[in-house]
Ligand binder design. Structure first.
Ligand code: B12
Ligand code: SF4
Length: 458
């Protein structure tokens, strides 16, 4: 049996360490195809060189897969690129094995050719890894040369980098995921939660967003009964105290969210959970069901609190919907946070004032405020950024560039956001380290053992 070592390169622990469940899905597909699979998760590694060396010596893998989750922290002005650290991990791995090494993961999928070049690697898979990775390994194993038939593959041939069209899996997950290949104890204790997926895809077209390009534009829904089984297993087998549903938008389509809640209720699962949501389509009925089924925290991708900016971002809702979602959460007893981006297209003095006034009306919900938007290739925001002169057509977006409204000087914007946030205890501004720092999160996690930490602030 050929051996595959899957390495998760992510070491970010802010706001929490995040378990590499993407690799668990890939591992599941490899096992089904009769590969012998193990995972080296570097998240808690104190010495990546020693851990990589030891694991490669022990396992003697025939193939390596490296999962790249984050390119950078999306945070202006404290922007951090993870690429130099990733390069070190690849270099170390290469020092101890010359087994074919394949890259994958959300970070890789956003910049496949650039990352392959930057890291000097040969193989990569864009998007869902399950089918394409197995197909590639089968071909490499058989020394076959039908690379053009493998969807989602990116590879180097001499000095050229080739890519095949990318597609999504039709039915990626009709099974209970095996979480046994990662250290659940560490995630239960240091993250206070474990991640579970209930569907893939997002059909909305927000102007800056990469999620539909990573997960697909149409929905692949997971069976509610299987989700409930998985959540129950996480609780019973691994003592996981809290689940985060990692869907782009858990609450849409609402009928699926309702069915997931029903399945959790019918199995009488008492697991607290949280999720991402959109103010679009939120109803009292849905939130009441979610609360009954264990939902304690919701993170809304509200993005802006002025209709002018929401429209420019192509958000499918208005400020009224944000206010309604918030007041319903309060009435029902679910904690809620809103991600807000200041300095987005259309932002000016008036919209900023309107945003601050609306935050006051939200009565203490957590506000996770970002300044500026990370520009990604292929998005509508990229075109706008070129049009507005923020970047040029030649700008390499692998290292972060941020869109900041030209209608406001950036230093003034930062000053105003900082002043407002310092005076309003519900505001967290990671880019300005206001109520947000690695040290603060570590201290909070010592006291609170489960769930999103913003729920304990403010
Ligand atoms: C949920 C989520 C969060 C939650 C996680 C909660 C939790 N407990 O899990 C929270 C809010 C905490 C969060 C935080 C952050 N996040 Co986040 N998050 C997501 C989201 C929506 C889903 C990730 C997920 O779990 N997907 C489900 C799994 C199954 O999919 P997957 O990992 O992509 O794996 C599949 C493929 O990628 C592939 N694959 C994966 N690995 C490999 C390896 C090989 C070899 C192969 C072949 C294939 C392969 O196959 C897998 C199965 O199909 C994504 C957006 C998205 N839709 O992808 C952003 C995303 C991953 N996050 C991102 C970022 C940047 C961050 C933060 C750095 C932001 C910040 N400054 O706080 C932090 C980092 C946290 C950390 N410790 O790493 C970026 C990463 C890319 C980038 N721009 O750098 C994304 C893509 C969003 C974006 N803006 O584009 N995040
Ligand atoms: S911002 Fe949210 S709703 Fe909009 S496209 Fe991205 S994931 Fe979908």
């Amino acid at each position: 049996m050929k051996k595959v070592l899957l390495i998760s390169a992510n070491q970010e622990k802010v706001p929490y360490p995040v378990a590499p469940i993407g690799l668990l899905y890939v591992a599941n597909a490899l096992k089904k195809a009769k590969f012998d699979v193990s995972i080296l998760d570097l998240c808690f590694s104190g010495n990546t060189n020693d851990d990589i060396k030891k694991t490669i010596k022990q396992r003697e893998p025939d193939f390596i897969g490296v999962s790249l989750r984050n390119v950078d922290n999306l945070t202006f002005p404290r922007s951090v690129s993870y690429l130099p650290a990733i390069k070190k991990i690849i270099k170390t791995t290469r020092r101890y094995t010359d087994a074919p090494l394949v890259l994958g993961g959300s970070a890789f999928s956003l910049f496949p050719k650039q990352i392959l070049s930057y890291l000097g690697c040969e193989w990569g898979i864009v998007g869902e890894g399950e089918e394409a990775f197995v197909n590639l390994l089968k071909q490499l194993n058989a020394e076959a040369n039908n690379l053009n038939t493998i969807n989602n593959l990116v590879w180097r041939q001499d000095s050229r980098i080739n890519s095949n069209p990318a597609s999504c899996l039709r039915s990626p997950f009709d099974f209970v995921l095996d979480y046994g290949l990662i250290n659940n104890y560490l995630y239960a204790n240091f993250a206070g939660m474990m991640n579970v997926q209930t569907k893939r895809g997002c059909r909305f077209k927000c102007s800056y967003c990469t999620y539909p390009s990573i997960e697909g534009k149409s929905y692949r829904l997971r069976s509610p009964a299987i989700i409930a089984q998985e959540v129950s297993l996480l609780q019973k087998k691994y003592a996981i105290p809290h689940v985060f549903f990692v869907d782009d938008v858990f609450t849409y389509p609402a009928n699926h969210a309702l069915l997931v809640c029903e399945a959790l209720l019918s199995k009488n699962i008492k697991m607290p959970w949280s999720c991402f949501a959109s103010p679009y389509g939120i109803t009292k009925k849905l939130l009441m069901f979610m609360k009954k089924a264990g939902c304690t925290h919701i993170e809304f991708g509200s993005d802006a609190l002025s209709n002018r900016v929401l429209k420019k971002l192509r958000k499918p809702f208005a400020v009224q919907d944000v206010l309604k979602a918030s007041s319903l959460c309060k009435e029902i007893g679910i904690k809620c946070a809103h991600y807000i981006i200041f300095g987005a297209p259309g932002e000016n003095d008036d919209t900023l004032r309107e945003g601050f006034a609306t935050i006051r009306k939200l009565h203490g919900d957590a506000i996770i405020a970002m300044v500026g938007i990370r520009i990604y290739p292929g998005t509508e925001l990229e075109n706008l950024s070129i049009h507005d002169g923020v970047i040029s057509k030649q700008t390499d977006l692998l290292f972060p560039h941020f869109y900041l409204s030209r209608e406001l000087p950036t230093n003034k914007l930062l000053e105003k956001v900082a002043k407002f946030a310092r005076e309003n205890s519900s505001c967290i501004v990671p880019g300005l380290e206001i109520r947000s720092s690695e040290k603060m999160y570590a201290v909070l996690r010592k006291h609170y053992h489960q769930g999103p930490l913003w729920g304990y602030l403010g």
